[in-house]
Write a protein that binds this ligand. Structure first.
Ligand code: LIP
Length: 274
């Protein structure tokens, strides 16, 4: 049987495109946010609290149009309904506004997240956090960086060096369905006394980037979508965090943990007691 010839990927090119698309999507959303005053109206999706705005849709439409123009053979999946089949083996994950509730309330923790995989392996990803003027990005095997400020100063980022779980700052989130929220809250009750404190920032992509740069020691969440986690999980992993499911198996959106290296196993063991 012939060995499959490994595909040589243009990792730098894919990362650069993910960064420019995340930036452009974020700029579209930020312009809309700044033009509005106070809370913003949205259309409900899976529940009365799961909303989508015209800016989610405009940003996704822009990103999808650019990918189809520049890479017409690639597949695309997007939060607001995009499902484009491809033949190249590359697949783009588009979350035009992750943290939509924060966006609607003019809270700062929202992001535009763009990831690209080949054959199911994440290759590059970018998460733009426009209110903070921050752009996180990574590509496979080349580490993760943060561009900060309007001058876009870039630096390598690394996950936390914390080794004591009782001193860990832990991020998490809650779904939109009441029964899932109850399950998530009950799990939180069991672990909150074993860690320093908990933060619910409201965007999985931001949470994962916070782990990547050490502003969170651990992040975990149930029931995410692929587009929520695609870019951020790669960025956290490339920054040295350990990512997995709740049992230490391969990371997946349904059960996602991203943790400082020394805290991963203790946190997985703690989750097992909840
Ligand atoms: C959000 C996630 C977040 C989760 C929220 C929501 P959205 O995605 O990023 O982690 O806790 O409930 O699902 O809906 O803002 O794109």
């Amino acid at each position: 049987m012939s060995e499959q010839t490994p595909v040589a990927h243009d990792l730098d090119g894919l990362r650069a495109l993910a960064v420019s698309l995340a930036r452009e999507a974020g700029d579209i959303a930020l312009e809309g946010r700044r033009a509005a005053t106070g809370a913003m109206a949205g259309v409900t999706k899976s529940s009365r609290t799961d909303v989508v705005t015209e800016f989610d849709r405009a940003a996704e439409a822009h990103v999808v149009g650019e990918i189809r123009r520049l890479r017409p053979l690639d597949a695309i999946v997007g939060e607001e309904g995009t499902a484009v089949a491809g033949t190249s083996g590359y697949e783009w994950f588009v979350d035009p506004i992750d943290g939509t509730t924060n966006f609607v309330y003019d809270q700062p923790a929202w992001s535009s997240s763009i990831g690209v995989a080949h054959g199911g392996q994440m290759l590059a990803g970018a998460v733009s956090v426009p209110p903070l003027h921050e752009m996180f990005s990574a590509c496979l095997g080349q580490g993760a960086t943060l561009e900060e400020g309007t001058d876009r100063t870039s630096r390598r980022i690394t996950a936390s060096a914390e080794t004591d779980l009782s001193l860990a700052l832990v991020g998490t989130g809650f779904g939109y369905q009441p029964e899932l929220r109850r399950e998530q809250a009950e799990q939180l009750v069991h672990l909150i006394t074993s860690v320093r404190d908990v933060r619910r920032l409201g965007s999985a992509a931001v949470d994962l980037c916070m782990v990547a740069c050490g502003r969170l020691d651990v992040y975990y969440e149930l029931n995410l979508n692929a587009w929520d986690a695609a870019a951020g999980e790669l960025i956290a992993r490339e920054a040295g965090a350990i990512t997995s499911d709740f049992h230490g198996g391969p990371a997946r959106p349904a059960e996602l943990v991203a943790a400082a290296p020394a805290l991963h196993r203790p946190f997985i063991d703690l989750l097992a007691t909840t």
